[in-house]
Design a protein around this ligand. Sequence first.
Ligand SMILES: [Cu+2]
Length: 192
Amino acid sequence: MGGYCAERRNGGLIRRVAIAVLGIGALSQVGRALAGPLVHTSAFKWATMSQIQVFLAKDNGTVANTTITYSGPVARVVVVVPQPEFPFPKFQIDQVENPTLVLPAGATVKFTFVNEIKGFSHSFQVTRVAPPFAMFPKIQPVLAGTELSPSPRGRKFPYANFIWHPTAGHYYYVCAIPGHAEMGMYGAIIVK
Ligand SMILES: [Cu+2]
């Protein structure tokens, strides 16, 4: 699900450096504007790494290769942006990079999103818009998700909880920070 093509590596390197320089401040403001109005959003709170381990243990998905399947009335999906961030940022769920999520229609999906990358913002936003994504991804309307995260402070990491009640269909989860989805920071969601 990486979506990162070899022929893009040279341009990607330059872009990554640019994002590394700009991403710390200015681009997160741009990204905040891009994120637009969100639904089912809650503010970020702060957790230690040991608290994050407790969150991770609550994920009730079943992993098979790069697909994670949830069943039952309540799906608990714990998403981390793990260290290290390079060569490009990614999501991780149940230790799988940018997995495809399979969810039951009508379930209550309880997401927890954690950003472990110091110096950077990320977001986790659900949309019906399919890849490829541009540097400034147009993913409106966002159906559920987080605002752009703060970056970790000291030994505390920002996390947000939100709930989604999906109907059947194909969706994607995307990071709205400029360049991240373009570099492959997204994954698919199948609701059936
Ligand atoms: Cu990101």
